[in-house]
Design a protein around this ligand. Structure first.
Ligand code: HEM
Length: 459
């Protein structure tokens, strides 16, 4: 069996090249080897696919290709051994169904106003005529929303502590110090005394213990009227008809909160960057938003075509998650003319698929109009992955993205501080804007919509 072509660089150099410039590296190997490329890490061949037909096969051929939980073991340290990423097969399918109840239409509708309120609360706390960094500001919003939707918590000492711990974990992982220490060959990477992970372990222990206490208290309260993910899990039964254990519920809450906090904040920060970098885009968006009048219904905001196109284009050009989670070839399978043997790892390369010239002409340019002119298939536009592990919060993330952006743009005047283009920085799973997007808050913006009198002198 012949593997698809790929670089023969040693693993350590490959890692270095990738970590220094993940986008440049992915571009260069695609240019050299095409849209199916093998990278050998250790003894495992990893095949990256950025061709819609190949991606379709990876997501839909569930007989020969599986989404094994063991492939995501690296994340278990923070997302728990029984988290959704670590599960597979029937148990995975069942738990996904439980988690997804939280995103049903009626619950999302109820959540819309709250997202706008929280956005207004955080934005109005920023000083006028001063700089601020978009990522941590937006993260404050998305983390609050995430904890509310997932755990039903809004305030109190425990809520504040949980919020602090989630934020601190992401901040520490993104810090240059941690990134550097993880690269130093002489420092232990496990949980030994001098390992950079020791502090993470300490944060994790505190977080796990607070989540467990919350699960136990909520179980005792047994209030079936609540509509958050935690309540769904407390009242759920597993395949054998048994209640889920406290530890399992704790683990199942972790990935959704981390994703709601981090992936959503990254996507919104990138969108803010593009909107403020391109005056035409901002102008068109403001016109569309103002046409809804003052205080529009959130459901009308999320239906706006240009706003939707802007969000899609932001998720296309620098997808928050560059790759889908890995899949495993279980029995011989043919992908794009290559016969792959069991044990081969397959990765849907979201970034490179979104950069295909044949699908997205001038792919490096931010052009929301492409999403108004054409409908892309789920194997051509896949910011939320696909198949059995497709993002459970994809629709919710878009819903939130539109409401946060609409609230900020309609009510505040912002500009970018830096004239240079924002670079992406890869942080293990997510591609962050490297500077966090530095912005200047000018102040409140006057609504310019239909509700404004046409002749100012008449009032
Ligand atoms: C813009 C924001 C987001 C992006 C770009 C994003 C992207 C993704 C991607 C690419 C995957 C992997 C899919 C695959 O391997 O095929 C994924 C999985 C996942 N996402 Fe998201 N996500 C976002 C927001 C969210 C939110 C808000 C939540 C929950 C509240 C969430 C929860 C999850 C979970 C739990 C998984 C793992 C699913 C499984 O293992 O079955 N994500 N996401």
């Amino acid at each position: 069996m012949k593997l698809p072509p790929g670089p023969k660089t040693p693993s350590w150099l490959l890692n270095l090249q990738f970590e220094t410039d993940p986008f440049g590296y992915m571009d260069s190997i695609s240019q050299s080897y095409g849209d199916i490329v093998t990278i050998i890490l250790g003894s495992t061949p990893i095949v990256y696919v950025s061709n819609p037909l190949g991606i379709k096969e990876i997501f839909t051929n569930t007989k020969e290709i599986t989404a094994r939980g063991e492939l995501n073991q690296d994340f278990a340290f923070l997302t728990g051994n029984q988290g959704i990423l670590q599960l597979d097969g029937l148990c995975h399918k069942h738990r996904r169904k439980l988690l997804m109840q939280a995103f049903h239409g009626d619950r999302m509708q109820a959540c819309g106003r709250r997202i706008c309120e929280l956005t207004e609360k955080i934005m109005s706390s920023l000083a006028f005529a001063k700089h601020f960094v978009a990522y941590p500001t937006i993260e404050d919003i998305t983390l609050r929303v995430g904890i509310e939707v997932v755990m039903g918590l809004r305030e109190g000492e425990r809520y504040e502590k949980i919020k602090y711990l989630f934020a601190e974990i992401i901040k520490y992982q993104q810090s240059i110090l941690y990134q550097l220490m993880m690269k130093l060959p002489f420092l232990p990477k496990g949980l030994d005394r001098w390992s950079p992970r020791r502090y993470l372990l300490h944060l994790r222990e505190e977080l796990f213990s607070l989540l467990e206490t919350e699960v136990q208290e909520r179980r005792q309260q047994a209030d079936s009227s609540r509509t958050d993910m935690l309540n769904d899990l407390i009242f759920a039964r597993d395949e054998a008809g048994e209640a889920l254990s406290d530890e399992e519920i704790r683990d199942l809450l972790l990935s959704p909160i981390f994703a709601a906090q981090d992936a959503s904040a990254t996507a919104i920060a990138w969108a803010l960057y593009w909107i403020h970098r391109l005056p035409v885009v901002k102008e068109k968006l403001l016109q569309e938003l103002d046409n809804l009048g003052e205080h529009p219904d959130p459901m009308h905001i999320v239906a706006l075509p240009y706003l939707s196109a802007v969000c899609n284009e932001a998720l296309r050009i620098y997808p928050t998650q560059l790759f889908a989670f890995p899949r495993l070839v279980e029995s011989p399978v043919e992908i794009m003319g290559y016969e792959l043997s069991p044990g081969t790892v397959l990765i849907g390369n979201i970034y490179r698929t979104h950069q295909r010239e044949d699908l997205y002409p001038q792919p490096q340019q931010f052009q929301p109009e492409r999403f108004l002119k054409k409908q892309f298939s789920p194997y051509e536009f896949l910011p939320f992955g696909g198949g059995t592990r497709v993002c459970i919060g994809g629709s919710f993330a878009l819903f939130e993205m539109k409401l946060v952006l609409a609230t900020i743009l309609s009510n505040y005047q912002l500009t970018l501080v830096d004239k240079r283009p924002e670079k992406p920085k890869f942080g293990g799973l997510i591609s962050y804007p490297a500077s966090g997007v530095k912005m200047f808050m000018h102040g409140r913006r006057q609504h310019q919509g239909q509700s404004k009198p046409l002749v100012a002198g008449l009032l």
